[in-house]
Design a protein around this ligand. Sequence first.
Ligand code: AMP
Ligand code: MG
Length: 359
Amino acid sequence: MQSVQTTLLAVDPLQPAPADIERAAALLRAGQLVVFPTETVYGLGADALQVQAVHSIFTAKGRPYSDPLIVHIAEYQTLAMLVTHIPQDALRLAEAFWPGPLTLVLPAHERVPRIVTAGMPTVAVRMPRHPVALALIRATATQIAAPSANRFMHISPTTAQHAFTDLHGRVPLILDAGPCEIGVESTVLDLSTDIPTLLRPGGVSLEMLRTLLPTVQHFTSPRASSLEQNIADAHKSPGQMLVHYAPTVPTYLFDGSLSQIHTAMLTTIQQHLAQGQHVGVLIADEDLSALQNSGAKLYTLGSLTQPEQIAAHLFAGLRALEEANVTLILCRTFAEQGIGLAIQDRLLKASGSKIITVS
Ligand code: AMP
Ligand code: MG
């Protein structure tokens, strides 16, 4: 693809200047790409109704056409333009969680280009709550199709700098509104089937969904044995790729009690340091004293008592270790409650489900 000059434009996260928003909206209306902040991660946006523009999202990311995109809206009424039918459950959930990190999968209206839905009869829709995202969608006066603004298979970006690292030369404009509040992608809930199904845990927890919709079930795809198998599975069930958020460095998860994890990590670190490797470790505050003299490069995500902080720092941590040129990343597992389910899901994907259970 032809290289373009990429501008990083700093905008106020709460009250972006109308001229800056208009500059981005004009590009989107002209069928070009813009990276913009949301409360979950940065998105790579295009006008969802312009087929050529949506094509360029896939080209810029190197994303396979089998992976569908989320359509972002700013007004509740817009949902009716994108789907054939709005079930009562969708209305209740939208009322409770929009604007916010919940994506609803519903039967697609024929108006939605098939390239957006990966040829499927359903479309994923979300109303983000980031003021810059909402202002941009409104100024563009269309719906914005946007996946995360990273190269395919890389870690989702939670800062504009992350998006720049992955996409410079491939997009004309990146709006920089600072780090994302939530830091993991939206919850994806399929309401097109008889039983509402959680396809991806995210910013709205399973517990929160079940307070309104007790029947929600959690879809867990079988653990793929290889990348090839993973890609084959993904074609059967779009968006369910296990190795998806993979850092370029092999990543291992440690499960067990606090002291068991520390002992096992220290042993692993020593073995690999002895082989001349550079080891990176993603830890919680509670792990710091046990590991600080280990010789590994440490990145602290926050306290186990504040999983929202852990989620917000997770992708930046993976990228920081990658950029520190470590040859191996070790990470602890996290309790799968609330946002913890999303944290654990992303770590499983980053590690290709390589879990070391210590007992
Ligand atoms: P990204 O924004 O990069 O996280 O990618 C969008 C994700 O949304 C996909 O990978 C899927 O997980 C999900 N998604 C989008 N459209 C659909 C759909 N029609 N059915 C199921 N999942 C979808
Ligand atoms: Mg993505």
